[in-house]
Design a binder for this molecule. Structure first.
Ligand SMILES: [Fe+2]
Ligand SMILES: [Fe+2]
Length: 159
């Protein structure tokens, strides 16, 4: 965990990045989603003896955009946001070619350019799995709240 914290320290010391804590993303915060993707990327790429430092940092930055993509079309938003994240991340950090590729291709195949590196494929997959997990978690939470609400209504009705 100490090594992971060292790798992400540069990014989490940036105030603009930390403002992702206030942005909703898959029913949680964009900060928490990014942290989850970074952590599992770190575990997998280190185990596989890949470039885990750059992969982890780029995974943390893969959704680093503050302003929402200005378009109602959901597919268009999904396609555009990696470019927004790359432009934004480049403003604050010196990114390597690997890091740029990871951020830019993390939505493949929704975006058409495939990842060039194995690390980029890993972030792409970890991001997808995390998004599915977070959406299911969110739906379960809403279902639990709805069930609780119905239960309270029933109790009041039976009184
Ligand atoms: Fe994304
Ligand atoms: Fe993501």
């Amino acid at each position: 965990m100490k090594e992971f914290n060292n790798i992400i320290s540069n990014v989490v010391n940036n105030d603009v990045f930390m403002s992702l804590q206030n942005i909703n993303h898959h029913g949680i915060t964009r900060y928490n989603h990014s942290m989850r993707v970074a952590y599992y990327t770190y575990r997998i790429t280190k185990t596989l003896k890949l470039n885990f430092e750059e992969a982890t940092e780029a995974a943390l930055l893969h959704d680093f955009f503050i302003d929402e993509v200005d378009c109602e079309n959901k597919l268009f938003k999904l396609r555009r946001h990696p470019k927004y994240a790359l432009e934004n991340a480049s403003k604050y950090f010196d990114l390597t070619e690997l890091e740029k590729d990871i951020i830019l291709t993390h939505m493949f195949p929704i975006t058409f350019t495939p990842p060039k590196y194995l690390e980029s494929w890993i972030v792409d997959i970890v991001d997808d799995v995390s998004a599915i997990y977070e959406k299911i978690y969110c739906i379960r939470k809403e279902l639990n709240a709805a069930c609780m609400f119905l239960f309270i209504l029933l109790i009041n009705y039976l009184k």
